[in-house]
Design a binder for this molecule. Structure first.
Ligand code: NI
Length: 174
């Protein structure tokens, strides 16, 4: 396995639409493994292929809570698709490895059902609420070139991006 470079805002790769995977083969499985390692190393909950510069419809997610003593439970999702969502929406604070150290509250569907191909290319469905439902919507957005900051008001986005710029200027000085 290998750790991959995470592309950050405003890299244009993050605004592109990803294409469907034709077959879950060894090459795709290697990418899934590398993405999972990259996500764990960055202490993220989810990672989408465009974030590592690959415009394919691939996502990895793991919402296990280490502090609660839970074991890792990685989800590998190829060509994920929301096939049902609740009427109810929830508001939750989100962050993104491509927008480092920033957070904002985003409205999402409270529950979703997602169909996808698993690590072995088998069709699976997952019904989720809570953090997993949010992560699924956040990561599937990435596959269509949408970041969570696209869901917040212009004013909030400008403030957030200013803070990001400040953070980077601070890092450049070090
Ligand atoms: Ni993200």
């Amino acid at each position: 396995m290998a750790k991959l470079k995470i592309y950050e805002y405003p890299d244009p790769v993050l605004k592109q639409k990803s294409t469907a995977v034709a077959e879950v083969n060894a090459e795709i499985r290697k990418l899934l493994d590398d993405m999972l390692e990259t996500m764990y190393a960055a202490a993220g909950v989810g990672l989408a292929a465009p974030q590592v510069g690959v415009l394919k419809r691939i996502v990895v997610i793991d919402t296990h809570d280490e502090e609660e003593g839970e074991k890792p439970r990685p989800l590998f999702l190829v060509n994920p698709e929301i096939i049902w969502h609740s009427e109810e929406q929830i508001c939750h604070e989100e962050g993104c490895l491509s927008v480092p150290e920033q957070h904002a509250e985003v409205m999402r569907f409270a529950e979703v059902k997602v169909r996808y191909l698993d690590y072995h290319g088998k069709v699976q469905e997952v019904e989720a609420d809570g953090l997993l439902a949010i992560a699924l919507q956040h990561e599937i957005d990435h596959l269509d070139g949408i970041l969570y900051i696209d869901h917040i008001s212009r004013l909030k986005r400008q403030m957030l991006l200013k803070k990001l710029q400040k953070l980077r200027m601070g890092e450049a000085k070090e």
